[in-house]
Design a protein around this ligand. Structure first.
Ligand SMILES: Cc1cc2nc3c(=O)[nH]c(=O)nc-3n(C[C@H](O)[C@H](O)[C@H](O)COP(=O)(O)OP(=O)(O)OC[C@H]3O[C@@H](n4cnc5c(N)ncnc54)[C@H](O)[C@@H]3O)c2cc1C
Length: 396
């Protein structure tokens, strides 16, 4: 293998480049990125960036020294638009073709939008640095009232940041309770209570019927039950769509993500995928799963790269899913996966005080750990979780 193209210049893409070099690959690496920015960290976008506590420079994932060491060509501000699997050629917008022996797909995901919101001023999604800067500019103009559509982690963090800026905020969630499928009902209720603790309205079990506005600008959110929530700014956090459009017709199997075996290998030899875009077959789990967590995008590319360089399956993804969320001055950490019927045992602290560590038990075995503001016990309990896949086979 003499040349590798990495498509997607964010956390998974950069991690793939690092792994390629760490495993001794000294050929040509081309990184193609749709955004004009060098890789940057996304978690602060909904937190310190909105609060004005982090500047662009604070978000950089690597510096000039590492860039020189990695010796990759970065082609930024130009999305890949097609993949020819036979020649492993990636075509970029504008026509350039990058031909290589291996391709790493690390194109992440983009926010879903509310139908009818296209081009309406005052309506935002939050995925990129440009999104965060546009939203921050609007939040700082007067004292806008804000409606956040979607009460999962990103929506909750945006609501928390807007609340800390002293704004009037309402969160609208279609499900009866946000995050219940991830955390189970009891713990989801503890997280949802953070909104009320901090003076933020949370409306659950109601759909958004549409946006209202005039002169091309949003003025409110119409709910399916007829209520109208006036809003100067609406932030839509209703999930993401994996970045797979550019693979249409390439033979790379996609189904709400790039479908991969446990080694991040796609249906096309020489093409691997990692990070938010990858829908990995997790051994022992129903059929494939995309994981949209920072730690996954930081760990999985190494598995993808090892298999790409070996030309066979020498490693499998067996990381226990982990994420954190910072909202309302509380650090929430969760590892593993919860299932309906799990027994939740509080190991330390008290959920009422928003400071505790809890273990999810299934058949007497720890399957997940949740903590609020208890990083140490969380780290200890997390180590008890079984790996989510089989052991990594020895290097070939
Ligand atoms: C606001 C926000 C807050 C978050 N907070 C947390 C948190 O607190 N904790 C946590 O665990 N996780 C958090 N996450 C999730 C975490 O940031 C993601 O899991 C991680 O960024 C995924 O990395 P990735 O490289 O796989 O994908 P992405 O970061 O989505 O990067 C994909 C890159 O590929 C580019 N791309 C897409 N299509 C193309 C194409 N055709 N050609 C070229 N380039 C393309 C995109 O422009 C993008 O730059 C947060 C995410 C967001 C958006």
């Amino acid at each position: 293998m003499r040349a590798v193209t990495v498509v997607g210049a964010s956390l998974a893409g950069l991690t793939a480049v690092r792994s390629l070099r760490r495993h001794g690959f000294d050929g040509r690496i081309t990184v193609v990125g749709a955004e004009r920015h060098r890789p940057y960290d996304r978690p602060p976008l909904s937190k310190d960036v909105l609060l004005g506590k982090a500047a662009v420079a604070d978000l950089a994932l690597h510096d000039d020294e590492e860039e020189a060491e990695l010796a990759a060509e970065w082609v930024l501000g130009r999305p890949a638009v097609a993949l020819d699997p036979r020649r492993r050629s990636v075509r970029l917008a504008g026509g350039r073709e990058v031909v290589s022996d291996g391709v790493v797909v690390a194109t992440g995901a983009a926010p879903r939008r509310l139908p009818g919101s296209e081009g309406m001023a005052g309506v935002h999604t939050l995925r990129t640095l440009d999104d965060a800067e546009a939203l921050r500019a609007e939040l700082g103009r007067g004292r806008p009232s804000v409606v956040v559509v979607g009460g999962s982690f990103i929506g909750a963090e945006i609501a928390s940041s807007c609340g800390a800026l002293g704004l009037d905020v309402t969160v609208v969630e279609a499900a009866p309770l946000p995050l219940a499928p991830v955390l189970g009902g009891r713990m989801a209720r503890v997280c949802a209570a953070l909104h009320a603790d901090n003076g933020i309205r949370l409306l659950c079990g109601v759909q958004v019927a549409g946006l209202v506005g005039g002169g091309g600008r949003v003025a409110g959110v119409r709910l399916a039950d007829g209520r109208l929530l006036p809003a100067d700014v609406v932030v839509v956090g209703i999930g993401v769509l994996p970045g797979t459009e550019w693979l249409a017709g390439s033979g790379v199997r996609t189904a709400q993500g790039v479908v991969c075996d446990p080694g991040c290998r796609t249906s096309v030899p020489g093409v691997v995928a990692a990070g938010d875009v990858a829908r990995i077959q997790w051994p022992g789990r129903s059929p494939e799963r995309r994981v949209e967590h920072w730690s996954n995008a930081a760990e999985q590319p190494d598995v993808a790269v090892r298999n790409l360089l070996a030309g066979s399956a020498v490693a499998e993804s067996r990381h226990v899913p982990y994420f954190w969320s910072d909202q309302y001055g509380v650090r929430i950490q969760f590892a593993g996966s919860a299932a309906p019927g799990d027994e939740v045992r509080i190991e330390e602290g008290d959920p009422e005080e928003r400071s505790f560590a809890a273990v999810y038990l299934r058949g007497g075995e720890a399957r997940a750990v949740l903590a609020m503001n208890r990083p140490r016990p969380f780290a200890r309990l997390r180590r008890r979780l079984p790996a989510s896949g089989p052991p990594v086979p020895a290097e070939a």
